[in-house]
Design a protein around this ligand. Structure first.
Ligand SMILES: [Zn+2]
Length: 125
């Protein structure tokens, strides 16, 4: 929380942090792999050296109302199956969430907060 005092009172604001830790596996960006045929594979906004190839029977997905074709990743050159390494968060990740502003202890909007700051600045000359 940050607090500032001016000619008409006390302003404060606080930004609540939200927990954005995910347990969904994320691509491991440091992943490097050489397949059995000597082809290099790595992450770079995707897997530039890998292709999605059909893996198993396609089936009707009732939720989406369309056919779904399962795929797996394979080397674009030789077609050997490659499973990139993934990671999950091992520590909490926080991101700024809602902001909360008060004037003399009363909740106010961000606009009002900025207005008061402006008034104070003007008062100071
Ligand atoms: Zn290959």
């Amino acid at each position: 929380m940050a607090t500032m005092t001016g000619p008409t009172g006390e302003l404060s604001y606080e930004v609540s942090m939200i927990d954005v830790t995910t347990s969904v596996p994320q691509p491991d960006k440091s992943w490097r792999f050489t397949d059995v045929n000597g082809h290099e594979h790595y992450w770079q906004d995707g897997y530039p050296t890998l292709s999605h190839v059909p893996d198993g029977e396609r089936y009707w997905d009732d939720d989406d109302g369309e056919w779904y074709q399962p795929t797996r990743l394979a080397c674009s050159v030789c077609g050997v199956g490659v499973t990139p390494r993934t990671t999950v968060d091992t520590f909490r990740r926080m991101a700024p969430g809602l902001s909360y502003y008060t004037f003399n202890g009363e909740p106010i909007t961000k606009e009002r907060f900025e207005e008061i700051q402006e008034e104070w600045r003007a008062a100071r000359g």
